[in-house]
Design a protein around this ligand. Structure first.
Ligand SMILES: Cc1ncc(COP(=O)(O)O)c(C=O)c1O
Length: 375
């Protein structure tokens, strides 16, 4: 046994997922090493077509990370220096980092209170303001695994003539009106960072698109712009998914659907215990959407008390995200995004992944019930 075993009620997800797939992962590593092919070979091609089939999209192009995937989408569209991209103010820093790497600037719009995703009205307001200058696209993040309000965002984007791109780093397996997230926009960025719903054993990412020309550009850009070896037809970078990560991802892709369903079952178990609890607001799910529960995020006015209380009981929690992007020192903008600011003060991510047991969820719920009243 190479991976250490764990008896904890709250194993970390990357570790538990590796244990779950242990034999198949080892076989995949042996297969790649025996093949002698390590970069852009048969495993990457097979993963790209299997993930495209899973999503229901024409093309998937494997790249080095989710941040790279954002950068490469923008490069493929020639959105760079002098252009601007709207991102939601409540999102991980990686979202802004990916845009900035393309050379474009970020502008921030607010989120919806219930789903934490980009608010169509806020996007519309921004695009009617002077901040609209140079805006070519909006990057729609399906945060925590909840699909954004695609219909209304697309209406706003069409009205103002900008392109909608998806960030699906947290939304593998989520659905909007029966369609997988990752098939809705012009292109979609995926991360396979080891904590994601579909997790590599290192950095990895991909871009999904229906558009053959954009897929062709992405193929070139991910490897120095080469159409043929040593001839750069476009300005490119080095951002390749490697054979080992692709082979490991192929193993894990087989159980992705079941794992997302297990996340949904655990979320339902959490939900039902708090129907009558005024302390917490459970995650909303918009009608027509299937949440992928990358995170199970509650809102709680006493978030910091609750977090400390759970920590004492040995229950790991996290705050995604304590500082909204428009207030981060690196991206500081003279913008007000009240919903993003309120979310940053109240959100708490409770234990959630496909290898948790019902007993673990019950333990969290029981511990929450014992939070002493505010003095
Ligand atoms: C919403 C979102 N976008 C982009 C990224 C960037 O992905 P990566 O860490 O693979 O660069 C992440 C992951 O951290 C993410 O959660």
């Amino acid at each position: 046994m190479i991976f250490p075993t764990t008896s904890s009620l709250f194993p970390t997800y990357p570790h538990a997922d590796q244990l779950h797939h242990e034999l198949a992962l080892h076989a995949a590593v042996r297969r790649v090493l025996a093949s002698g092919s390590l970069i852009l070979g048969a495993e990457v091609a097979a993963f790209e077509s299997e993930f495209a089939a899973f999503l229901g999209v024409n093309h998937v192009v494997g790249v080095g990370s989710g941040t790279d995937a954002i950068e490469l989408m923008l490069r493929a569209l020639e959105i760079g220096l002098g252009k601007r991209v709207v991102v939601p103010a409540f999102a991980p820093s990686a979202v802004a980092a990916g845009v900035l790497r393309s050379g474009a600037e970020v502008v921030f719009a607010d989120i919806e209170r219930d789903t934490f995703t980009l608010c169509p009205e806020s996007l519309d307001k921004l695009l009617r303001s002077p901040a609209r200058r140079g805006v070519k696209a909006a990057l729609v993040v399906h945060l925590f695994g909840h699909p954004a309000d695609w219909l209304n965002l697309q209406r706003v984007a069409d009205k103002h003539g900008i392109t909608l791109l998806e960030d699906c780093a947290q939304a593998h397996g989520a659905e909007w009106q029966g369609r997988m997230t990752g098939t809705l926009g012009k292109m979609a960025a995926f991360s396979f960072y080891p904590t994601k719903n579909l997790a590599a054993c290192g950095d990895a990412g991909a871009v999904a698109t229906h558009d053959a020309l954009l897929a062709e550009r992405l193929h070139l850009i991910r490897q120095y712009g080469w159409r043929e070896r040593n001839v750069s037809a476009l300005k490119g970078v080095n951002s390749r998914l490697d054979e080992l990560q692709a082979a490991l991802l192929r193993v894990k892709l087989v159980t992705l659907r079941d794992q997302v369903n297990q996340r949904r079952r655990l979320a339902a178990l959490y939900d039902v215990q708090w129907l009558s609890n005024e302390l917490l607001q459970t995650p909303a799910v918009r009608s027509g959407c299937a949440h992928a529960f990358h995170q199970y995020v509650v809102r709680c006015e006493r978030r910091d008390d609750l977090r400390r209380h759970l920590e004492k009981a040995g229950i790991p929690t996290a705050v995604h995200y304590p500082v909204p992007l428009h207030q981060q020192p690196a991206f500081a903008a003279q913008t007000s995004c009240p919903e993003a600011e309120a979310a940053a003060c109240t959100v708490l991510s409770l234990p959630m992944h496909a290898h948790l047991t019902e007993q673990a969820v019950n333990t969290v719920c029981e511990a929450i019930e014992t939070l002493p009243p505010r003095c």
